[in-house]
Structure formats: structure tokens, C-alpha cells
Design a binder for this molecule. Structure first.
Ligand SMILES: NC(=O)c1ccc[n+]([C@@H]2O[C@H](COP(=O)([O-])OP(=O)(O)OC[C@H]3O[C@@H](n4cnc5c(N)ncnc54)[C@H](OP(=O)(O)O)[C@@H]3O)[C@@H](O)[C@H]2O)c1
Length: 329
């Protein structure tokens, strides 16, 4: 495969190259693409050095697959130009996710919907991916009615600039701000931009994307998204009301059997998921599984995953693998 990685110099782009290499994706030619600011810079992949090129040169090279992690505006403008050149685009931005003509894919759940006609495929939001990975098997068995979620999101979810802001603040150095306030020793109830309804865009992604991925609008989700000074992954406190009653051991069993999900749940040994241990791992970790004693058929749990891996790069590479294995590119 001739593969273009668009946004190769970014937070997700760096992990994308690592994941492509680790999983031995069949790359025969690699195009590393970023903004004009980075054109001419060098990056290495599998011990070989590559020169960053611009988007127009990448389109002209007609890659079979282009994996975009370069923001929504870049995707809106450039993904169609790649598809005109015959490329299949897998996009990490929010640009195409809710477009009814585009598929929103978590491979473990709905890759089978993909066909040769899907030329722009959307990767869900990082906090959505880890959420639906844990919700999908439970929804199938017990049918969700309503989900209430509060997130504790890593600065790596905002990109290079935000990680630098945290590092600068920790070192007591003045620098460029990615957030409107300090993030070190703080918690910002503000991820992405505010919308007219008082929610942030991140909160509305969490409310809408799971319905599309699970192809079911019969349940509702309410979210509060919070940025905290961690770097290894996103955490989520999730309260789920089901239509049907459940057995806690069955819930643990179902989650344990789900490919890509690992249960870490033992109060006796202080075992529960945490971002520093989820860092650099592909699994979605679930713990603190317990019955909500204030309401019937309701479950509480805690979900943690590395937002740059399963929340972005790993999910995108899994989509690319599915396309190759099923001769869809
Ligand atoms: N971070 C996460 O956990 C996460 C998870 C899921 C999805 N995403 C999405 O992935 C995308 C990248 O996020 P990130 O965290 O990696 O951000 P980032 O660290 O700020 O990196 C942005 C990347 O996009 C490139 N870029 C920016 N403007 C461009 C342009 N006009 N033309 C071509 N390339 C351009 C940058 O190139 P230069 O270095 O040349 O500026 C850089 O490679 C975003 O759309 C984000 O919403 C991020």
C-alpha cells in the first residue's frame, strides 16, 4: 500500500507512525505530510528517514490510503481532493463524523458496514471510542436507556501545544497557552468550544456519536467533559440506566470477553484503571463496576484508555487493516 499520513508531525501523527510500524501494516511507499511550516523537515519510520511534503504533492502521488490527523479544516478542504485521486481517506478529525453519507467506525463494533464505495471514513472522537467499546456489549444484552458521563481528559487530547503548556507550567516557564487558563493543578470544565446550548462540542460528540456507531437512537447520553493535567489517557465516570436488569458478574464476564476491553476491578487489591498505566496500550480498561444503589437497572463504571492509541491511531490503523484484508482498497 502507498500510504499518506497527513499530520505526521502532530501528537496523533507520531503515534500513527509507531502503530503502523508495530502492527507491520503493509506499507510499500510512505508519504509524510504536514503543513507548509513543516515541509522539508525530516521524520523517521522504521529506521528510514523521510522528508515531510505538502498536501498538493501528496495528492499528486495518488496514495491508496491517506490517514488524516490534521484538524477539521484540513480534512474538509483536502479529503475530497484525495478521493478524486482515487485515495481512501480515514479521518481523525470531527469534520465528517456526523455526515449521514459517511461511516463512523470502531472496527470491533461496525467495520462490517464498510464497502468499496466508502471513500472517506470517519474515526470517532477519542472519548467516544473508549466509551462505546465498553457500552456496546452491555447495550446488546441489557438495552441502554440513558447514559450520564463525566470525563477526565488528558492534555494530549488537545495536541502538541497543550502538552507544552502543561510542561511549561510544571517547569515554571512562561510560554504559549493552549487553554484560556492554567492547566497544571487545575481542572477545566471546558473541552473544545462552547455551543449555543451551553454544552461544549466535545460533550455533544459524546452525546451523538455513540448513537450513530451503534445505529440506535433509542438511548440518550448526557456528558460533562473536563480537562485535567494528565498526559497518558482519558478517564470516564459512566452511569448507565438499562431497560433490563443485569447481574454484576455477567457484566464483568461480558466486558472480559469483549475483544479490546480489559477489566481491572478488585477493590480488595486497589485494582482499577488509571491513565498512567493505560498509556501506550491499545486496550480499553474498565473498573469500579458497581450497581447504582439510587436507581433500578443502573450501573456505574470507570473507563480509561490511551486517547492517542485506541482513541485515535490504533482505531484508524485497524480500519486500514480491515480495508486491506477485505480488498476494499
Ligand atoms: N490528540 C488526540 O487525542 C486526538 C484524538 C482523536 C482525534 N484527534 C484529532 O486529530 C487531529 C490532530 O490532533 P493532534 O492532537 O495530533 O494535533 P497536533 O498535535 O496539534 O498536530 C496537528 C497536525 O496537523 C498538521 N496540520 C495543521 N494544520 C495543517 C494544514 N493546514 N495542512 C496540513 N497539515 C496541518 C500539523 O502540522 P505542522 O506540524 O506542520 O503544524 C500537525 O502535524 C485533530 O483533528 C484532532 O481533533 C486527536
Amino acid at each position: 500500500m502507498k500510504v499518506a499520513v497527513v499530520g505526521a508531525t502532530g501528537m496523533v501523527g507520531e503515534v500513527m507512525l509507531k502503530v503502523l510500524s508495530e502492527r507491520n501494516f503493509p506499507v510499500t511507499e510512505l508519504l509524510l505530510v504536514a503543513s507548509e511550516r513543516s515541509v522539508g523537515k525530516k521524520l523517521s519510520y522504521k529506521d528510514k528517514e523521510y522528508t515531510i511534503i505538502g498536501l498538493a504533492d501528496a495528492v499528486a502521488a495518488k496514495p491508496e490510503i491517506a490517514i488524516f490527523s490534521a484538524g477539521g479544516d484540513t480534512s474538509l478542504e483536502w479529503a475530497p481532493k484525495f478521493t478524486e485521486a482515487g485515495t481512501t481517506v480515514i479521518d481523525n478529525s470531527s469534520a465528517w463524523r456526523m455526515d449521514p453519507t459517511k461511516k463512523l467506525v470502531v472496527p470491533e463494533i461496525n467495520a462490517s458496514e464498510l464497502t468499496k464505495e466508502d471513500k472517506i471514513i470517519a474515526n470517532p472522537n477519542c472519548s467516544t471510542i473508549q466509551l462505546v467499546m465498553a457500552l456496546a456489549p452491555l447495550h446488546e444484552k441489557y438495552k441502554m436507556k440513558r447514559v450520564v458521563i463525566s470525563t477526565y481528559q488528558s492534555v494530549s487530547g488537545t495536541g502538541v501545544k497543550a502538552v507544552r503548556q502543561l510542561e511549561n507550567e510544571m517547569a515554571g516557564v512562561q510560554g504559549e497557552m493552549a487553554y484560556p487558563y492554567p492547566i497544571n493543578r487545575n481542572a477545566l470544565p471546558h473541552c473544545d468550544v462552547f455551543l449555543e446550548n451551553g454544552y461544549t462540542k466535545e460533550e455533544m460528540k459524546l452525546a451523538r456519536e455513540p448513537q450513530k456507531i451503534l445505529d440506535d437512537r433509542s438511548f440518550s447520553i448526557s456528558a460533562t467533559a473536563v480537562r485535567i493535567p494528565t498526559a497518558g489517557g482519558h478517564s470516564e465516570s459512566v452511569n448507565i440506566e438499562f431497560n433490563n436488569d443485569f447481574d454484576l458478574n455477567d457484566v464483568r464476564g461480558l466486558l472480559n470477553e469483549t475483544s479490546g476491553v480489559t477489566v481491572q476491578d478488585n477493590p480488595d487489591t486497589n485494582t482499577y484503571p488509571m491513565p498512567i498505566y493505560a498509556h501506550d496500550k491499545d486496550e480499553v480498561f474498565v473498573g469500579r463496576i458497581r450497581r447504582d444503589e439510587s436507581q433500578r437497572n443502573t450501573l456505574n463504571m470507570w473507563i480509561v484508555a490511551d486517547n492517542l492509541r485506541k482513541g485515535a491511531a490504533t482505531n484508524a490503523v485497524q480500519i486500514a487493516e480491515y480495508l486491506v484484508e477485505n480488498h476494499l482498497v
